[in-house]
Design a binder for this molecule. Structure first.
Ligand code: NI
Length: 169
């Protein structure tokens, strides 16, 4: 099943997501649906709140579905370590066509549970680290525009309001 990705300013995107406590078939199906939905939207990362489900789950696949080993599911993720700094343009499926430079750690080590509840650790650099941290922010109710300067954020919000008024958002 392909879910629609919800957009800013949906209040769900500003909420802290709830921990996953039940690891059952339904959860497995949800993660599969999340991959389908992410590929349909041509994204490289998707967090459950973005499809209207306020749970601590996100998926990442930098290969757009081309390499199965790149499919990552992080449930109840925690950031164990961050190192270094990178400044690159970032976008978000919940903020279509909005892009801006965001400072993130260059390297990150995460701990998370898989679809069966098993804990594992995974590390990422560059774009993968950026995706891990961007999606983690979604679980905390934070969007990448919240990490920009007040001025830049206000300009983007004004642009979105204009698009909304014209029925283009
Ligand atoms: Ni996003």
């Amino acid at each position: 099943m392909i879910y629609n990705v919800i957009k800013y300013p949906d209040p769900l995107l500003a909420q802290k997501a709830q921990p996953v406590t039940v690891f059952d078939k339904e959860l497995k199906k949800l993660t599969e649906d999340m991959f389908e939905s992410m590929y349909a939207a041509e994204g490289i990362g998707l967090a459950a709140p973005q499809i209207g489900i306020s749970k601590r789950i996100y998926i990442v696949d930098l290969s757009f579905g081309k390499k199965s080993e790149d499919r990552l599911v992080l449930i109840n993720p925690e950031i164990l370590e961050t190192e270094g700094k990178q400044v690159e343009e970032e976008g978000c499926l919940s903020l279509p066509d909005i892009r801006d430079k965001v400072t993130r750690a260059f390297h990150v080590k995460m701990r998370a549970q898989d679809e069966y509840g098993k804990w594992f650790e995974v590390e990422g650099e560059e774009l993968l680290a950026r995706a891990f941290l961007h999606e983690f922010d979604h679980l905390e109710g934070v969007l990448f525009i919240d990490r920009l300067s007040r001025l830049k954020r206000d300009l983007i919000i004004r642009r979105i309001r204009k698009l909304q008024k014209n029925g283009e958002w």
